[in-house]
Design a protein around this ligand. Structure first.
Ligand code: NOJ
Length: 893
């Protein structure tokens, strides 16, 4: 059991009255001082949900249902029934059969349904981000939603926008969309819309600061690291994609494992009550990451709504039948330590979310088991003895999703270099292919659990964000299908080869893997702590040796994030380099069609490839202080990735947003207009008032102890299963304490049970003050493919970056991505298309830490909106003061 030092700012102080007794002998783990300036001030009580118009009907239905529930029934839906206990998914809640509220199935992960069959293994988030194609990102979301629904999973545990990609070595960056808040925000929101339109609840994760895997979790001897994030950085970078996700209607949010400013994310009142539920006006509910709950009452007060998978980690091993909630939450409500209205709010938020996505009507029950591939298996795998039954029905949910999966894989492929138009190749070119990454894992495409190895093609990273391949279209099979003359060397050490002929071309496949801390792969503990940003298995040497032998070399990189390419990028024989990211099951044709010119590359880097890892600040390196709490302090503030390099005048090897095409695009006829046509005010219009919540109408009197008694009949208790009930004696005792109010729970500093009347000035429902999303400027630009030759048609991407006016009181990055657009079709030689880019009020604002509001620093000043196809190739600028545009400029960075 973990107990914390007193004095923690946001309510880590106590555990429930009942738990205190059981923890008396436990070790006390000291908390290291958090650096000055990083605070998680107490924020209480937890704001009620149900004050947004677009959730009103769901809340009205939910309050009706919850008002009929006993205390034990309400509690039962706020937690999982225990790891591997009844239920086939990675998380399974309790249910209320008496009122028709089912057990809910929560299932990983962001790129497809984890650990099952007959599913699609979509390209990963990082690949999806690299498409810079909003419509396609949405379509992937639709397909994901259809698959989760088809398998009977109520929840899609994704998308992931945190890790945001602050640390190039971070293990889980690949689950998200790229190292920029706007790219994450747009891609996250499109995914949420696509998934939720299928009636599946998206779970935006991980709130917040889970930027590295090492020391991410609490254990009995050590606290998880503390992500120390200042207020402006929080708003302008890390919270930004969550705000957009809440605006897109995300039904649930998963908290992170780590601390934020010294207070555990799962019970951080500043984060959950303050930022998420009050400022962003989040109407859904918050669940923990798995086994991250570390206290009972404190977590409830701080705004946590659901504990997953229900067990405690404090005992080091789950499956001991212990929970901070379930029976303990029931006890805490009866004895008066958790106010009844908080439990009402938790339960109502969960039920309202279920209604909001229509899951009360015809939502199928799970037909798969994440625990086994066998048709029959234990119904309670975590129990000592369990009855068996059918757990896998092998329902095929793939539909035609391979089409969208392949399109994402293909549109993500990023051409870094193409000397002299070396690509595309002719299918008659003699090809000599090197590297095990070109072939499927010879031991089986799903031979490593959760992809915890990098054998054969790297199609996804490892951990809970992985999925089984139904099949794998590997590059070598595809090459053999398409090209006349292919010789493959399935090795990562350069073999002895015959002297190449003039036209011979080598294609070298290299990779770099990363994943979740649950597994260590080749010395990498999730993060790329052992490999760094270097291709695995001596990939650099393989390229160098191939380049020494062959005069034409194409390098294909499958990677979770940036790798340093200096050892070979300038070698004269290295003619072309393609980053294929993590393509999922459609790795083959998606790539070879580009190699042979059936389509043109159109992906763009979702992160910077630096010349050296040292070009980034030390603060974004991995941090570890094994004997005390690791402090991960965001001293670089808002300057991550390209923002940092630009600020310090450091040239990257390949800039964020870089990506070549076989086509040649020019941008012209740029226009800018104000929408509406009036200058912005410095401060946004006042937020709308906060409406009353129906939660306030629910009964808050102390429930009768009988509501908490174990049922007298009909329950065959399973050892280690987590139940919401108490034995009669325990329930009566807790109730007596509650009635007499004789033992006072040590409420956290700043705690008050009364709902606040003062509301955050920047707040509002669904993402904050709605005025922040008012369109402010619209830029249009014509993109033309000026190719006259026979080069294949290509899709073009326009990226819009804002440069704030000179002389303002805030330091701002030279340029910041604000929007992007991709042509709907590939443009042939001479063809044009118009692309539209929009900037909102928030896009031209900074977060003012004193006013606690989004401020347009100089509304009549000159904001330049730069447009181009990479962060370092911006040659068109439109100005907000004159509403004119200029073309053919020197890029600002
Ligand atoms: C831990 C991971 O951090 C989270 O992303 C995942 O959804 C849960 N485990 C459940 O597997």
């Amino acid at each position: 059991m973990v107990v914390f030092a007193m004095g923690c700012p946001s309510g880590l102080r106590g555990l429930s009255l009942a738990l205190l007794a059981s923890t008396a002998s436990a070790a006390v783990i000291p908390r290291d001082p958090i650096p000055d300036g990083f605070v998680a001030p107490p924020y209480y009580p937890s704001p009620y949900g149900g004050w947004a118009d677009d959730w009103a009907e769901s809340y009205s239905k939910a309050t009706k249902l919850v008002s009929q529930m006993t205390v034990a029934e309400k509690v039962n839906i706020t937690a999982g029934t225990g790891l591997f206990m009844v239920g086939r998914c990675v998380g399974n809640t309790g249910s209320v059969p008496r009122l028709g509220f089912p057990q809910l199935c929560l299932q990983d992960g962001p790129l497809g349904i984890r650990s099952t069959d007959n599913n699609t293994a979509f390209p990963a988030g990082i690949t999806t981000g690299a498409t810079f194609n909003k419509e396609l990102i949405y379509q992937r979301g639709v397909a994901l939603g259809e698959e989760f629904r088809g398998k009977g999973a109520n929840f899609y545990l994704g998308p992931s926008v945190g890790a945001l990609g602050r640390k190039p070595r971070g293990g889980r960056n690949w689950e998200g969309f790229g190292s920029d808040p706007v790219l994450q925000a747009i891609a996250g929101a499109e995914t949420i819309k696509g998934v939720q339109e299928q009636g599946v609840i998206a779970t935006l994760k991980h709130l917040i600061g889970n930027e590295q895997e090492l020391y991410r979790m609490y254990n009995p001897f050590q606290r998880a690291y503390s992500a120390n994030i200042d207020d402006r950085t929080m708003h302008e970078v890390y919270l930004w994609p969550f705000a957009e996700g809440v605006r897109a209607g995300a039904g649930s949010i998963m908290s992170a494992y780590n601390d934020v400013n010294g207070s555990a994310a799962s019970q951080n009142s500043y984060l959950l009550n303050g930022l998420l539920k009050d400022e962003l006006g989040f109407q859904g509910f918050v669940m923990t990451d798995w086994l991250s709950q570390i206290s009972g009452v404190a977590a409830a007060l701080a705004g946590l709504d659901m504990s997953m998978p229900g067990d405690t980690i404090g005992n080091a091993i789950p499956l001991t039948g212990h929970s901070h909630w379930m029976y303990e939450l029931t006890r805490s409500v009866l004895n008066g330590s958790v106010p009844v209205d908080r439990l009402n709010d938790m339960a109502t938020r969960i039920v309202a979310t279920w209604y909001q996505f229509g899951q009360d009507k015809d939502f199928p029950p799970p037909n798969f088991s994440t625990n086994t591939a066998d048709r029959e298996g234990p119904l309670y795998p975590g129990a000592l003895f369990s009855p068996s039954g059918v757990v896998n029905e092998y329902v095929n949910v793939q539909g035609d999703h391979k089409v969208v999966a392949k399109q994402v894989a293909q549109e993500a492929i990023t051409l870094l270099k193409n000397d002299g138009g070396f690509l595309p190749l002719s299918t008659s070119t003699p090809l000599f292919v090197f590297g095990t990454d070109a072939q499927a894992d010879p031991r089986g495409i799903n031979s490593c659990v959760d992809k915890s190895c990098n054998r054969g093609l790297l199609g996804m990273g490892w951990g809970s964000g992985s999925a089984n391949y139904p099949y794998l279209d590997d590059p070598i099979s595809s090459l053999r299908r398409k090209a006349a003359n292919v010789t493959y060397y399935a090795t990562n050490s350069f073999p002895s080869v015959q002297t190449p002929g003039g036209g011979d071309t080598a294609i070298v496949f290299i990779s770099s893997d990363g994943g979740e801390n649950t597994y260590t792969v080749e010395g990498n503990h999730g993060d790329r702590d052992a490999s760094g940003l270097v291709a695995w298995y001596n990939g650099d040497e393989l390229v160098q040796k191939a380049a020494a032998k062959y005069s034409n070399v194409v390098v294909v990189v499958h990677t979770v994030g940036p790798i340093v390419v200096e050892p070979w990028i300038d070698l004269p024989s290295v003619k072309a380099v393609l980053v294929a990211h993590l393509p999922g099951q459609e790795a083959g044709d998606s790539l070879t069609e580009l190699l042979f010119g059936e389509a043109s590359p159109s992906g763009h880097l979702p992160y910077t490839i630096p010349v050296s890892e040292k070009d980034f600040p030390d603060s974004v390196g991995l941090v570890a202080t094994p004997l005390s709490q690791t402090q991960d302090t965001y001293s670089e503030g808002i300057y991550i990735d390209y923002r940092y390099l630009n600020k310090h005048g450091i040239k990257p090897r390949f800039a964020f947003g870089h990506g070549l095409s076989y086509a040649s695009f020019t941008f012209s006829n740029a226009t800018i207009k104000r929408v509406p046509n009036a200058p912005l005010s410095e401060e946004p219009p006042a937020r709308p008032p906060k409406l009353a919540s129906p939660i306030a109408g629910l009964d808050v009197s102390l429930p009768d102890a009988t509501e908490a008694y174990y049922p007298e009949s009909g329950l065959d208790r399973i050892w280690r299963y987590l139940y919401p009930w108490l034995d009669k004696g325990d329930a009566d005792k807790a109730y007596t304490i509650g009635v007499e109010g004789r033992e006072k729970y040590p409420y956290p500093e700043g705690y008050s049970p009364e709902q606040r009347t003062e509301v955050p000035v920047a707040g509002g429902t669904n993402g904050g003050n709605p005025a922040l999303w008012d369109a402010a400027y619209e830029v249009t630009v014509t993109v033309t493919n000026t190719n006259t030759g026979k080069a294949p048609a290509g899709k073009a991407v326009a990226q819009a970056y804002v440069q704030f006016p000179a002389g303002i009181a805030w330091d701002t990055p030279p340029v910041q991505l604000r929007d992007f657009a991709k042509t709907g079709k590939a443009l042939g030689g001479g063809e044009s298309a118009q692309l539209r880019l929009s900037l909102t009020r928030r896009d031209v604002s900074v977060w003012d830490v004193v006013r606690q509001n989004w401020i347009v620093p100089n509304p009549r000043g000159r904001y330049a909106i730069w447009v181009g196809d990479a962060s370092d190739n911006l040659r068109v600028a439109c100005y907000t003061d004159t509403l004119t545009c200029e073309e053919g400029l020197e890029p600002p960075v």
